[in-house]
Design a protein around this ligand. Structure first.
Ligand SMILES: Cc1ncc(C[n+]2csc(CCOP(=O)(O)OP(=O)(O)O)c2C)c(N)n1
Ligand code: SF4
Length: 293
């Protein structure tokens, strides 16, 4: 098989059996399928096990601070809308620390693919409970007998309630499904929320590959209408809460322009294409005098 142009060639340091291997593989395949070249893609990651993904790829990559890859990615997209901008981060980074940025990215419909590796724990820092850990689960920060006493966040329904234009979920037990859904997200016009249910063999052993094989079902195989917002919300409310986990595209609307399409100065000429206009030295002198004296 021909080498994938997005393969960075280095060996990941994840635990053997970690779901992140599949995510990395599927993403490289989806980017290649989309006909993209490495110089056209930038991946901004958060801090965490998931945040290492761009280190293993041949693309432009950058780590934001924990919880902050979305604002960094927003800046990149506005500077150069021609780039394919992907965010990769964990559920802790994306829904916890960066929850505020998540809401505003949805609202803006900025053209970013937001991939949340949802392993339901803060893995890099050794398994503390995160906003998606289920009630009752014991972790180092939610000891038995009560375990987690908070309700888990339903990020997909939250995004849908704010008119998110692309909401999807996939899972690491199914490489082909991940590749397919990532490919659809890459084609989306605005902000795409792609939640990936990710196996963590070290800190969330109960939810292993067999668990996902048994509990997931494919929305597209069941004939779900991706243009039906109410049906999408009903599907999103099935998990967390129920025993069955829907995967696939919940909702998609390509009629809404992305944020960067609506800002006139960028639409006409992106910031990286605009000439750098140096101001005369005198302007700076006046500013210094005004503010510093
Ligand atoms: C501001 C800040 N708070 C906390 C940390 C410590 N920290 C680094 S990674 C991490 C957990 C990451 O968990 P998650 O985002 O779910 O990603 P995962 O490791 O599970 O992929 C934490 C709490 C940090 N680096 N910066
Ligand atoms: S701790 Fe979990 S998320 Fe981190 S590398 Fe190991 S299996 Fe993967």
């Amino acid at each position: 098989m021909a080498e994938n142009p997005f393969d960075g060639g280095s060996r990941p340091t994840w635990c053997r059996g970690c779901g992140n291997f599949g995510i990395l593989n599927a993403l490289q395949r989806a980017l290649n399928d989309a006909g993209l070249e490495p110089h056209e893609v930038i991946m901004i990651t958060g801090i965490g096990q998931s945040g290492k993904t761009n280190d293993y790829m041949k693309i432009t990559g950058l780590h934001g601070l924990h919880g902050r890859p979305l604002p960094v990615a927003t800046g990149f997209k506005l500077a150069n809308p021609k780039m394919k901008v992907i965010v990769g981060h964990g559920d802790g980074d994306g829904y916890g620390e960066g929850g505020n940025h998540f809401l505003h990215s949805v609202r803006r419909n900025i053209g970013i693919i937001d991939m949340v590796h949802n392993n339901q724990v803060y893995a890099l820092t050794r398994g503390q409970f995160s906003p998606t850990t289920l009630e009752g689960v014991a972790t180092p920060t939610s000891p038995p007998p009560s375990g987690v006493v908070e309700r888990p966040l339903n990020a997909l329904s939250l995004a849908l309630s704010q008119a998110c234009t692309f909401v999807a979920r996939t899972a690491t037990h199914d490489l082909r499904h991940m590749q397919k859904i990532m490919g659809e997200a890459l084609k989306h016009r605005g902000y795409a929320l792609l939640e990936v249910m990710q196996v963590c063999v070290t800190f969330n052993r109960r939810m292993d590959f067999d668990f996902y094989r048994e509990h997931t079902y494919d929305l597209q195989e069941e004939g779900h209408d991706t243009g039906d917002h109410e049906a999408a919300l009903a599907k999103a409310f099935e998990y967390p809460g129920g025993e069955r986990i829907p995967i696939g595209i919940f909702y998609q609307d390509e009629s809404v322009p992305a944020y960067e399409e609506r800002v006139e100065v960028i639409r006409e000429q992106s910031l990286v294409e605009q000439p750098i206009r140096a101001r005369p030295q005198e302007d700076y002198r006046q500013l210094v005098e005004e503010f510093m004296v």
